[in-house]
Ligand binder design. Sequence first.
Ligand SMILES: Cc1ncc(COP(=O)(O)O)c(C=O)c1O
Length: 366
Amino acid sequence: MATTLRPTVAEIRLSAVRKNLQKLKRTAAPARVLFVVKANAYGHGALPLARLAEREALCWGFGVSSVEEGLALRESGVISPVLVLGSLYPFESFVEAINADLMVTIASLDAARQVTAAAKELGKKAVCHIKLETGMGRIGARRPSVLKIYDELEGSGAVAVAGMYTHLSSADTDPAYTAEQLGFFGETVKELKERGARGLTFHAANSCAAVNIPASRFDMVRCGIAAYGLADGFEPAMTLKTKIVFIKNVREGAFISYNKSFRADRPMKIATIPAGYGDGYLRRFSNKADVLIGGRRCRVLGNVTMDMTMVDVTAVKDAAVGSEAVLLGRQGTEEITAQELADIAGTITYEIVTLVSGRVPRVYAE
Ligand SMILES: Cc1ncc(COP(=O)(O)O)c(C=O)c1O
């Protein structure tokens, strides 16, 4: 890895990810756990976490969003099952997926024909999971198409149907809608079984459903956010932190940051930290978020800039160049949660961690 001098890092606690996955495994059993590591494991680093999970048998396999993400896992030595959750295009992607033993999602008859053609061309059996639309409105075939796809793939001799799944849109907000989605899914499972489908893995649950709705677990649960600790009862794995690089005292009336976006109403001591929206620390946090320095909450002053952010350290007598600043996570008894930042930005915790940018080194700690 390139030399890291800038003190801004995302520290990922492996012990937290391990504990979270163990808890998911216990909760979901006998259903298996597919550890969703798409989007660089929601910003936590897909390769180190997948290697950890595989080495310690913390999950059955991995969920990724694209063939590229699956290939990266294979190139780093991961041999567990990998399911590509996205709909593949261009269709040449099927060739790459089959070659690398990635299971693919088939959500249309067209894709079913393409994966069959790719498998025949390679002379290698493709393995797929069929995706059923039950109310997410993203990708998925309707029930009659699912049955047709199943018949066509099974009849082809070139593709093994290993599973059928759906995705819940509102497991955390709308129990009635979720029950409807699960009911529809359950009926489709029954219909496939009546058609003679045997040995398929049926799955529907994301983290929230896996933990709270036993009837959603079927044969496997697909968990991302809880594994990263951003669900009730789980331990957050990521701390985003840096160090003060500049400090100054200003008089009353001094302006801070672009567009004079903060004006000091009294003499203040102000720290500059080397993290900004180029690191995924959102501009929406300007004048609203807190940063932990010396174990205290210190308010962000003025607009967050691309690479630097100013913070009020008037109350932290010993704050100095080199003092640690925590933007997300714990310091002493204080904590900035992803939910707190998400509320400020009008978003969800998923986005807060996933947006931590590529230039922030991920540092792994036990
Ligand atoms: C198809 C699919 N399954 C499972 C998940 C995991 O969801 P969660 O992170 O809420 O556990 C996702 C994430 O968005 C997904 O797109």
